[in-house]
Write a protein that binds this ligand. Sequence first.
Ligand SMILES: *[C@@H]1O[C@H](CO)[C@@H](O)[C@H](O)[C@H]1NC(C)=O
Ligand SMILES: *[C@@H]1O[C@H](CO)[C@@H](O)[C@H](O)[C@H]1NC(C)=O
Ligand SMILES: *[C@@H]1O[C@H](CO)[C@@H](O)[C@H](O)[C@H]1NC(C)=O
Ligand SMILES: *[C@@H]1O[C@H](CO)[C@@H](O)[C@H](O)[C@H]1NC(C)=O
Ligand SMILES: *[C@@H]1O[C@H](CO)[C@@H](O)[C@H](O)[C@H]1NC(C)=O
Ligand SMILES: CC(=O)N[C@H]1CO[C@H](CO)[C@@H](O)[C@@H]1O
Length: 937
Amino acid sequence: MRFLLTISCILTSVLSAIVGIDYGQQFTKAVLLAPGIPFELILTDEGKRKDLSGICIRKEPNGGLERSYGSQMGSLATRFPQSTVLDLKQLIGKSFDDPATEKYLRTHFGIQLVKDESRNNAIKFDLGLGNSTYQFSVEELLAMSLNEIKARALADLEGNPNAAALVEDVAISIPPFSSQAARQAYLDSLFLANFSNVLGLVDEGTSVALNFAGNKKYESSDYNDETEYHLVYDAGAGYTTATLFSLTPQSDGKVVLKMESVGDDLLFGGKTLTESVYSIVLEKLLTHFGLESSALSDKIHARLYEVAEKAKIILSANTEYHTTLESIYGDRDFKVSVTRDEFEEINSDLMDRVTKPIETALKKSQLDAKDLKSVILNGGSTRVPFVQKHVSLYVGEDKISKSVNTDESSALGTTQMGLKLKTKTQSPKDIKLIDRSYHNFEVSTNANEEQIVVFGKGTEVGNTTKVNLGEMSDSLSVSLYEDGSLIKSYNFGDMSSTTKKLGCKSGETKEVIATFELNKSKIFDLVKTNIQCSAKKSGSLFQNLLKKNGDQEVLEDDTEGDEVESGGDLNTTSSDVNSTTSDSKLKSSKSLKSSFVPIPSATYPHIQPIDRKEKRKLLQKLAYLNGLDAAKVELTAERNKLESHLYKLRDLIESDKDKLAQELSTEEISKFTDFVSEQIEWLDFESDDASIDDLKEKIKGVGKREKEVKNYLEMSSADLSKEGMKKLYDEGTNLIMTIQSSMLKFGEQISEVRKKYEEAGLNFDKENDRIKLKFKGKDDKMLTFDKNLQAYKDVISKIGDLLKFSDSKFNKISKKELYSFHDSLAQGVAQMLIDLIELETTHLDRIKLFDEQFDKLIERQQQKEYRKKLREAAKEAEKRASSENKENSTIEVEASSSIEGASDASETKHEDESDALNSESTGNADEDDDPIEHDEL
Ligand SMILES: *[C@@H]1O[C@H](CO)[C@@H](O)[C@H](O)[C@H]1NC(C)=O
Ligand SMILES: *[C@@H]1O[C@H](CO)[C@@H](O)[C@H](O)[C@H]1NC(C)=O
Ligand SMILES: *[C@@H]1O[C@H](CO)[C@@H](O)[C@H](O)[C@H]1NC(C)=O
Ligand SMILES: *[C@@H]1O[C@H](CO)[C@@H](O)[C@H](O)[C@H]1NC(C)=O
Ligand SMILES: *[C@@H]1O[C@H](CO)[C@@H](O)[C@H](O)[C@H]1NC(C)=O
Ligand SMILES: CC(=O)N[C@H]1CO[C@H](CO)[C@@H](O)[C@@H]1O
């Protein structure tokens, strides 16, 4: 774990936590990194290390929404197919018209998707909530799941003393082939999930490679500049990728991790295998009951699908799978079995597809399977024996890496990447990651529809480049492409007024200079446009790709990673290098004029990203739903509280019914029992619409009854006879005496302190004022103490009056009234004891302060004397020096050192403290304090 050691140093500078998320089609894992929490899995509420990717949203009877996440959903997925969203990843960045949508609907029974026309046919889920505000976009649903992870991370951080409970930094791993639309959708979802600092998107192969490199141990002899190739084979639920990367431990001690190439099969994954089992099971069911597929409901399909999923997993380890589907059709059961032979038979045509991505990746880098040092298997489907077998056959059994816990390596690697992006530190031992583009990114303009490559395949990400888009015409539009297909267009419209203002000289041409970026999340965009006058006759358009020079901080390192595969796509004319680095330079050196043109909002051929205003709105909407959830949690807590109070009251009445019967009539008792049963009934059957306030009100009511019942119970055991009351009276009076003698003692102690001060010639009153100031907050307490004492004395004197009654008159006093005196006295005693303890503590604190201050003042006095002596000694020396003027100042040195020797180090320290004390006080304590006059020495 060399990597972990290295980062633990960096961690001290990371204040808030980083969350790295591996959002899989089927399962999600997330890792938390914070001071004191080094790379820990964020567990689910049930303590699991991974959670199902999914969400179920249903309407509650009172109109609210109930959202269940991941494994919390339990059987909801089969019971409420329309309300359950699974495999959402398939739809991220997809439009309603995409073939993926149709495919999704084919295997997700009961799901209703709708077109969001305001966003160019983006997808919304209609979960059957009966209100269009509650149709959710893919981004919103993803955001809810991500926000739930954030909530769990926050819960983990609470109670961690080293880190603030703050989770704003996030990185997420995504499929390497993700389109620009998908990447944007991930970013928007993270925003909606209320992570305020999105560190970046990490390609899945890259995250696993980073984790692999971080865990690899190198001996010093390994730093020999030799490159090894490794491959991540990642077969998840929905797709399969093979990511080829190289590791070069350099002689300078750095390890370079370079992403080389990717092969993928977007249609082959665990789901493909599940679907094949599903088709076996479906076929058997239809034959068994003699049915057509159309006769089956969505629920039956959903159950068959669930069985197919289980069978696929069981068949990884066993050769056969049996189950019985109870009441699957009407009330009829269905027994079914699937064998591994059947499974492998139906999948035999998939064999090639297992290894195709590896072949593609190797071919792109012109390597062979034998060049691979190891193959890292990742993703649930690599555990299917059928898949593992074919990969092993292709690359060789011995290449399969056994060293990594791959189930979590993507989440871990994503978090490591997050840390890299956040701290930007380049410690010498750090792994230098060179991540690259797997696509070509091109541009065209209205003036020239031919696409030219801005960033070719293999370009290192985090690059900014200026491109001369050629001579300006009256209007301008710029289109961006990914591998030839349009991503977005910027329509600048009529530019003639802008160009006119520029006022180029005759003979000069107006050219469009555009700055493009390929950022670390691999998003390609136009970031700046300028129009400039150019004296140079620009030959054919697009011949002039001006190389950037600013933006250096974006580029990690220019000297390495220059193996750009497709450098040939770019015809860079070096003549213009540095000519556009700064506009002012341009003007002065070449007398070129340049004008900055604001970039208009883009238009999209496919789905349109959520615009800013809408994002704000959606964030509010999700916050509103979170608020409802929080309120629901509180409501449940209040209900539980009410319930437990009610049962406690019931037990109280039941267990001591006899005692109560001594004080109360049967009717009076049943008034209480009826109250309890009414309330329990209300809670069970009528409280669905109850608000928190309703419940709080009820709890108060129950509490009042509880107190009454307790009073009656105590009344029955209290001694309320005249003798009993006399005893109580005597005890109460004794307490008053104790209090009074304590007060007296306190007073005496303070007098002693005063005496001590005065004898030492110190000002007691000044210190007293100062200390009083410190105890200012306690004045209120003193007031309440006086009030309590007065009330207590009143009760005592009232009881004293009662005791003066004749026996016959006393016996006529009702038990209830007597008990009320008894009760108030008991409470008064308790209160006075508490007050007395507090009073004593305060008093002792005060005495302590006086004593401490006394010692300090004495010390200061002594020091003053030392200094006086010192000055006298100095004067003495001076006198002697002037009389025997040949003498040097050696005597003075002697004098001062001897005096310093007398006052030891601890005293010097005390002096500092007392000075601090003085400055904290009003300041007038300094008036008689001599400053140390060094120049006198
Ligand atoms: C949909 O829900 C919102 C928010 O609860 C509400 O304001 C609106 O009236 C509802 N619309 C319909 C058609 O029920
Ligand atoms: C940045 O991109 C340009 C254009 O593709 C390329 O020429 C240049 O080498 C890249 N820089 C780095 C550091 O990769
Ligand atoms: C470009 O300018 C930078 C500094 O501004 C300089 O270091 C570099 O050598 C220049 N490159 C060329 C090709 O002139
Ligand atoms: C987002 O999170 C912050 C805390 O990190 C919280 O204060 C804020 O209320 C949240 N906003 C929304 C809209 O959920
Ligand atoms: C004074 O001190 C200096 C150096 O400390 C020494 O050289 C000298 O002899 C001393 N005495 C007189 C009288 O200057
Ligand atoms: C249009 C153009 O100039 N293309 C040239 C780009 O550079 C390659 C070699 O680097 C030439 O072969 C092309 O003719």
